[in-house]
Design a protein around this ligand. Structure first.
Ligand SMILES: C[S@@+](CC[C@H](N)C(=O)[O-])C[C@H]1O[C@@H](n2cnc3c(N)ncnc32)[C@H](O)[C@@H]1O
Length: 302
C-alpha cells in the first residue's frame, strides 16, 4: 500500500498547464469526478476553482502538490484500483475531514444519516451515555462526541488497527470530548455499562459473502473484509449484535442499525425477535430502507 500524501509543496501553475495535465490523465481512464476529487483533496485545487479555470484558463493557480506526485496516485488508482481516499489519507464526511487508512472502512455518505437519526431521536436532550459499535475510522463517534459534548461516549471495534485510527480521529477532531475506546466484540467490552447505554448506533458488516466477488475491486481488494462481509446472508453480525441488545441498552434506550438495501424486513424481524420494541425503519437519500431502529422497553424483565 502506498503511503498517504504527506509532503506539501505549494506552487503556482499556469491554468492552461493544469487543464492540459487533467486532459492527459483522463485520456488514461477513470472518471473526471474522481480526478477532480484528487485535485481538490490531494492538490488543494477546489472544485469551484477548477470550474472557474474551465471557463477561463488564463492566469495562475495555486496547487499544494506537484503534478508528478498526483499523477502517481492517479495511476495507482487506475492500475491497482486503490481507493483515492486511502491514497490521499482523508475522506470528507459530514462537516469533518476524517483520516482514513486501509485499517478501516472508508466512511460512506449514507452512514451520515445514521448520525442524523441518532441526533434527531435525542432532540434537545442528549443521552447521558452512548455507544458506536464497530467504530472503524471513528467517524460516527467523532460526530456524536461533537454533538453531545457532555455525554459519555464509547467506541468499540474488533480490529485493533481500526481502533488506533479512531483514536487519532477522536484526538484530532473531538479533543475536548469524552469517548472511551474498547477492543472486543460488540457489547462485550461494555459490560460494565450495560443498562446505562441510552443511544447506540452501529454500521456493522452486512454484505452477504456470495456477493463479495461482485463488489467493485476498489472496495473488494482494499477495504478490510471484516468491515464488509457478514456470512452467507449478510446478517451474521446483526444477529450476533442483537443477542445482547435488550440487556445492554438502558430501559427505553434505542439502537440504530445500518443494513444492506434488501435486509429491512429481516433486520426489523430480528430486532423484534430479540425483544426490542417500537421497531421501525428509515430510508436513505434514494428512498431505500437502509436503517432500522428498536428500543428496549421501559419496563422489561430481562
Ligand atoms: C461497516 S464497518 C463500519 C465502520 C464505521 N463505523 C463506518 O460507519 O464507517 C464495520 C466495523 O465493524 C467492525 N467489526 C466487525 N465485527 C465486529 C465485532 N464482532 N465487534 C466489534 N466490531 C466489529 C469492523 O472492524 C469495522 O470497523
Amino acid at each position: 500500500m502506498a503511503a498517504a500524501l504527506n509532503v506539501t509543496t505549494e506552487q503556482f501553475l499556469a491554468g492552461n498547464d493544469l487543464l492540459a495535465w487533467r486532459r492527459r490523465q483522463l485520456r488514461r481512464g477513470g472518471r473526471s469526478v474522481d480526478l477532480d476529487w484528487l485535485l481538490d483533496l490531494g492538490g488543494g485545487v477546489s472544485w469551484s476553482e477548477l470550474q472557474r479555470l474551465l471557463i477561463d484558463s488564463q492566469g495562475r493557480i495555486k496547487i499544494d502538490q506537484s503534478l508528478e506526485e498526483l499523477e502517481k496516485l492517479w495511476l495507482l488508482h487506475l492500475e491497482r484500483s486503490m481507493p483515492l481516499q486511502y491514497l490521499v489519507g482523508v475522506c470528507p464526511w459530514r462537516d469533518l475531514l476524517i483520516e482514513v487508512s486501509s485499517a478501516a472502512l472508508i466512511p460512506r455518505q449514507e452512514t451520515e444519516l445514521l448520525v442524523d437519526l441518532a441526533l434527531s431521536f435525542a432532540g434537545g436532550r442528549p443521552p447521558r451515555s452512548w455507544a458506536d459499535l464497530g467504530t472503524g475510522s471513528g467517524a460516527i463517534a467523532v460526530s456524536l462526541c461533537r454533538a453531545w459534548p457532555e455525554a459519555e461516549g464509547h467506541a468499540v471495534d474488533l480490529s485493533v488497527d481500526a481502533l488506533a485510527l479512531a483514536e487519532k480521529n477522536l484526538k484530532a477532531l473531538a479533543p475536548q470530548q469524552s469517548c472511551r475506546l474498547h477492543h472486543g466484540s460488540w457489547w462485550l467490552p461494555l459490560q460494565a455499562f450495560w443498562g446505562q447505554l441510552e443511544i447506540v448506533v452501529s454500521n456493522p458488516p452486512y454484505i452477504p459473502s456470495p456477493l463479495l466477488g461482485e463488489l467493485d475491486p476498489v472496495v473488494r481488494e482494499h477495504e478490510p473484509h471484516v468491515a464488509l462481509v457478514a456470512g452467507e446472508d449478510g446478517l451474521e453480525a446483526i444477529r450476533s449484535l442483537l443477542m445482547d441488545a435488550p440487556r445492554a441498552l438502558a430501559p427505553g434506550g434505542v439502537l440504530f442499525l445500518e443494513h444492506h438495501h434488501d435486509q429491512s424486513e429481516n433486520v426489523q424481524d430480528l430486532m423484534r425477535a430479540a425483544g426490542l420494541v417500537n421497531v421501525s425503519s428509515a430510508n436513505d437519500l434514494q428512498g431505500i430502507a437502509r436503517f432500522a431502529q428498536g428500543q428496549r422497553a421501559l419496563t422489561s424483565a430481562l
